[in-house]
Ligand binder design. Sequence first.
Ligand code: PGA
Length: 250
Amino acid sequence: MSRKIVAGNWKMNKSIAETHALVQELNEMARAWPSDVKVIISPPMLYLTQVAVNVEDNLHVAAQNCHAEKSGAYTGEVSAAQLKSSEINFCILGHSERRQYFGETDASVNAKVKSCLAEGVTPIVCIGELLEERETGKEFTIVEAQLRGGLKGLSSAEIEKCIVAYEPVWAIGTGKTASSDQAQEIHAFIRTKLAELSSQEAADKISILYGGSCKPANSKEIFSKPDVDGGLIGGASLNASDFNALINSY
Ligand code: PGA
């Protein structure tokens, strides 16, 4: 099984008309995508079901968040069970914007990861250090703590079902990208830690995506690294030709 994934995080962008237009453009491009690359898009929650019924078979749909409980009095929230019942099979969790603006912690991410796995929704677990943490040499400590916290209590078989996204916060939406060597260094470290938490065999199967100002101009170089299995793309996923170029840069 290939580990290659290109996932687009649309964040809180696009109207429904713009969403349909972009999905249509991607559907037309989908036939030419490499068969060993899994392509995922993550439009706003409101549009997920409409998008899910309109995408080509090789275009998958993810939510950008979910609630850890299955159901109940949680006004404004959507559960992993509800995602699954709407045939949404992937969910981004612990994105740095969720951590920064919505109080997401490793513990809350962990509860959501468990809930997704229980429902058969694949979690895309985001981790990554802040600029000041990198400047003070703490990136490995932070990334390891987020990984261990987010995956706490999972069996080896459950860890194997997760996708991990390394997104240095200083590179998200800033135009600054980690160099391919910086990405490889952390990705190799993450894989070592995943092997400690599960097994080498499991760790070798887990996709570790890079995120942070990834675009067609730098994706080929970044994706060429042995432990970089693709990207979680923000800005460049909002434009069909850029996203298509990213997918085809493999
Ligand atoms: P960016 O965002 O590609 O716009 O930097 C990446 C992300 O936040 O997932």
